[in-house]
Design a binder for this molecule. Sequence first.
Ligand SMILES: *Cc1c(COP(=O)(O)O)cnc(C)c1O
Length: 479
Amino acid sequence: MREKILALEKIAASLEPSNSERKHFQNLTNDYSNRFLNQIDSCKAFEETEEKGIGIYDFPISEKPKNFETLLNVIEKEVDFPGLNPASGGHLAYIPGGGIFPSALGDYLADVTNNFAGMFFAAPGAVRMENQLIRWMCDIMGFDNEKAGGNLTSGGSIANLTAIVTARDASKIEAKDFHKSVIYATKQTHHSIQKAIRIAGLKEAILRYVEMDEGFRINAKKLEKQIQEDKNAGLLPIIVIASAGTTDVGAVDPIDKIANICSSENVWLHVDGAYGGFFILCDEVKSKFKGIEKADSITIDPHKGLFLPYGTGAVLIKNRSHLYHSHYYKASYLRDVETSAEEFSPADLSPELTKHFRGLRMWLPLQLFGLKPFKAALSEKIYLARYFYERIKEMPNFEVGSFPELSVTYFRYVPENENANDFNNKLVEAIRIDGRIFLSSTTIDEKVYIRLAVLCFRSHLKTIDLALEVIKDLIEKLK
Ligand SMILES: *Cc1c(COP(=O)(O)O)cnc(C)c1O
């Protein structure tokens, strides 16, 4: 038996590379990532390829070890090259991502140490770090940290789901009442909310789309009237979803008015600020967030508004005990794990137990750079969207949407003798194939519009000038 065990140990030993092997891998990885970053400004924002990474399948998972350099080449050719390049400043579609470098180092360290950030007992410092980040975000939103709490999630969708589950439980409705329960949103509400409602078991609930004003914001009067009508009809209004920046057009709902209605009608207010939440840090638009501190829950997405790489969202709950009530756990195999009165454990405030120590990728850059450059970059994005809006508005045959509230703007080209929708579909496709910048489209009142969303920290004035140039070029070609 001992011999057998030792023989297995020997084979398994390659799972632990030596100091010099580690250095070799680190050097290769560093060279590759530096090369990637040094070229980022000249890379396309979108690479349309025939193969679309199909070569990955030439490297099946097998018994055979492979060479690190070979694998990096596969990653470069098959993974990093084709499709969208979210690290590029030219990514101006959907809601662009980020990828600030120190986050990668934070991830690296979190992976090497493999801290168990789910429980205070196991990794007190790591849990305090995540709690510090949650408290900082609660502070920004004006929540009282004595009572508030939250969780670092993998993204905005899971944050929305966590909030909906918490709101469902806090409203004390039972399954037999689900079909009478009403949730209020608008046609602009992000689809992750509908998904969350369904996953939370509330698919029988009534989802009301409230009327919007001309700027695609909730009409608060209509909302109030609808809630009262529903109550009179014997229904149970439970949740209102407001958006602090819709994904589609960047609209910010009148949060203060909505919050007052929710508080007098005793309905849970969830504010989805996945895209726009961190703009509260900018004096230019801060007033739009008035009343957000009255919300019951808020979603924000550090992998959008703080330029982090993908993988970090956050849910903030004004009354932490609701979050705890919906997510705490007890397991007999964890009987030695004490719940601490000193600090809450993420595992008690989320569906996860074992999780990535995602606090470090956020904490490290915030500490290293300080808040100032983050705020400046956010303000820069606001002005870039306004700059684009002013320029495109002056160009012949362009129609623009309303003045950008945050950093999303939309426009369409109306050709003289061609169907406008067909033309704009062709235009957005031509932009993708050209690849220097990447834009996406949407439909508003059955009209196709092209969106320009500025949120990548690498998008600057020269990027927007390039976008204007690309659009002009391609219109000439299409005409
Ligand atoms: C992006 C977004 C989401 C979803 O967040 P993910 O991080 O992509 O899961 C939800 N709501 C809004 C308004 C968003 O912009």
